[in-house]
Design a protein around this ligand. Structure first.
Ligand code: E4P
Length: 216
């Protein structure tokens, strides 16, 4: 399973890249807005740190605008994935961009039907938002199970990028289902690292070592 970092914060991206477990980065307009920098500047900065896929989302909602932005983003770095919302115009844009060899990520997927359409349009990645489904008392992980099964049935090359991950349980369940990628905020990486038994185990080892360290 690949792990992407879901943030536009360059300090966090630099920090977690040193852990050796980050395969890519996802951003969205809200994450960029939080940073108070231009999209182009920040995406280029991220591309200096991360060699794996970097998702950069279009702002336009019409086909021409999406194509113009997508083609421009693709020139910023070799590893840019143009993130396009799941709309009819978005599907058209993905179909055109993928034929031009530009990698795409269809975002805001909330149903298996939307996932099938995005895959048929030629999306490289699709982003089902599981946390936002859970937030409205739907079952986000059931959607991942459906999509993984459907993509296997038809051998769609499109990869399932589980998005809107809120906690480690989401990561583990998505991994059990065979999802290709999980994108998560820094807080979830921190939660994944820690376990109280690891912490108490280290403390016990160190305490015991203290007692004998000066003995020959
Ligand atoms: C993914 O590409 C999105 O940026 C992200 O996962 C959305 O997460 P949220 O629902 O926590 O905003």
């Amino acid at each position: 399973m690949q792990f992407f970092l879901d943030t536009a914060n360059i300090e966090d991206i630099k920090k977690y890249s040193t852990w050796g477990i980050i395969d890519g980065v996802t951003t969205n307009p809200s994450l960029i807005a939080k940073e108070g920098v231009s999209l182009e500047k920040r995406i280029k900065e991220i591309a200096e740190v991360v060699k794996g896929p970097i998702s950069s989302e279009v702002i336009s909602t019409d086909l021409d605008g999406m194509l113009k932005e997508g083609r421009a983003y693709a020139k910023w770095a070799k590893n840019i994935y143009v993130k396009v919302p799941m709309t009819a115009a978005g599907l058209q844009a993905v179909s055109v961009l993928s034929k031009e060899g530009i990698k795409t990520n269809v975002t805001l997927i909330f149903s298996a039907g939307q996932a099938i359409l995005a895959a048929k349009a030629g999306a490289t990645l699709i982003s089902p938002f599981i946390g936002r489904l859970d937030d409205i008392s739907e079952d986000g992980m059931a959607l991942i199970a459906d999509i993984v099964k459907i993509f296997q049935n038809y051998k769609f090359p499109t990869k399932v990028l589980v998005a809107s991950i809120r906690h480690p349980r989401h990561v583990i369940e998505a991994a059990k289902l065979g999802a290709d990628i999980g994108t998560m905020p820094p807080a979830v990486f921190e939660q994944l690292v820690h376990h109280p038994l690891t912490d108490s185990g280290i403390k016990k080892f160190m305490d015991d070592w203290e007692k004998v360290k000066n003995k020959q």
